[in-house]
Design a protein around this ligand. Structure first.
Ligand code: GDP
Ligand code: MN
Length: 396
């Protein structure tokens, strides 16, 4: 789960990680009132969306701390469709702002903690080249990016904190503050079950203060049950509407940009299904429209909801149902699919592959229904039938 910068900075404040003073605002008047509470000659008006790269897209403006200047900047940014390299081509509508004290920046640095799944450790990354795309630094000047693993049982060792400060060339006046910040950020990462905390840029000011000028925090969704206060920070406006809908029914759904809707039980089978669509359909432009794991114990209702969600995606041209009947028996699945297809007045071609418990009964239910299904025995055959449907106009 992601949160906004202003929420991340509130968590930073609570964790003793220095941030500029600032307030969130969702109207131009609120923005002006917020700026009036700040005493710096400059203020920063920042778009709050769940994506980085806002600066380059025109979503961050440093302006004079006057009501007129703040009004102009806030009016320009609020409601804009902000397009960055992380939003996708359609961009994201800006619904709130962060109004912050302007900082006198001497240097912009980069600092992050992320989970390294490959070796089950936390990875800390630091670079003296902050404010830029860190992927670019990693690719073009890898020697400017320090990467170190932290064993969770050991925690953040003092020598590593010193190594990072040295690598970042923190001036000695700011060394103590920087060391505290690095340690506190690691503790926040662990205590709040984060999967990422990133400060880009972390800045040293002209008077040698060390501040988090940006803040990106992502939480491990599987651990959210331990953090009700963090769940309360969720902003579903920033998420894909179909994914929000699916989460209400405990469906594991991820929207993708292809044309073949997939309904599968089990995450592994769902991944394999997406792979075979790609493998068989690559040249014909077939690609998965979604990842969907309906779970092992989906009810008829669950199947209908899943159907409704995958069908709400306008790019879908064919549906591929691939179910292994274990806990969810094939006859129950077939009944669910037939009912859902009828209720939703399904017009698109459907390919179905079932295996497992009660598969014969399942096939009979499909055959006796007045809905048209193409039945496949193997996954490859299923994918080939999907491709066939894509090649011919619907209904032929
Ligand atoms: P992002 O583009 O979404 O990552 O947004 P950031 O919060 O990182 O802001 C982008 C850039 O705006 C930063 O790298 C800074 O160069 C600049 N910026 C942000 N806040 C201030 C500030 O208080 N003073 C000055 N001078 N520049 C700022
Ligand atoms: Mn940034």
């Amino acid at each position: 789960m992601k949160i906004h910068e202003y929420q991340a900075k509130e968590l930073f404040r609570q964790a003793n990680i220095p941030v500029p003073m600032g307030y969130a605002a969702s109207t131009v008047d609120e923005a002006i009132a917020a700026a009036a509470k700040l005493s710096t000659p400059k203020v920063v008006v920042k778009a709050q969306i769940h994506a980085g790269g806002r600066g380059k897209g025109g979503g961050v403006k440093v302006v004079d701390n006057t009501p007129e200047a703040v009004r102009t900047a806030a009016t320009a940014i609020l409601g804009m469709q902000l397009i960055t390299h992380q939003t996708g081509p359609e961009g994201q509508t800006v619904k709130s702002l962060l109004i912050e004290e302007g900082s006198a920046i001497a240097t912009e640095l980069y600092l992050s903690f992320i989970l390294d799944r490959a070796n089950s450790q936390v990875l800390v990354m630091a670079s003296p080249d902050g404010g830029m795309d860190i992927e670019e630094v990693a690719e073009k000047t890898p020697e400017r990016l320090l990467k170190r693993h932290i064993h969770p049982a050991v925690g953040m060792p003092a020598y590593l904190v010193r190594e990072i400060c040295q690598f970042l060339a923190i001036p000695k006046e700011g060394a103590k503050e920087a060391a505290q910040l690095i340690t506190n950020l690691y503790n926040l990462y662990v205590e709040k079950d984060c999967s990422l905390v990133e400060i880009n840029p972390l800045v040293v000011t002209t008077d040698n203060r060390v501040l988090a000028l940006d803040g990106k925090v992502t939480f491990d969704s599987n651990a959210l049950y331990r953090h009700p206060a963090i769940v309360a920070l969720r902003d579903t406006d920033e998420e894909d509407p179909l994914e929000v809908e699916a989460s209400k029914f405990n469906l594991n759904y991820i929207k993708l940009d292809g044309n073949v809707a997939c309904m599968v039980n089990g995450a592994g089978l769902a991944m394999a299904t997406m792979d075979i669509i790609k493998l068989v359909g690559e040249k014909t432009g077939a690609a998965p429209a979604n990842f969907l794991d309906v779970g092992g114990s989906a009810s008829q209702d669950g199947i209908e909801n899943a159907f409704r969600i995958i069908m709400s995606d306008p790019s879908v041209e064919v549906v591929l149902i691939n179910i292994f009947g274990g806990i969810l028996r094939c006859d129950k699945l077939a009944n669910g699919v037939v009912a859902a297809a009828k209720n939703l007045d399904m017009k698109l071609p459907m390919v179905i592959r079932m295996k497992g418990t009660n598969v014969e009964q399942g096939k009979e239910i499909l055959a006796n229904s007045d809905i048209q299904f193409a039945v496949a025995e193997t996954m490859k055959e299923a994918a080939e039938k999907v491709v066939q449907f894509l090649k011919q106009p619907v209904g032929v």
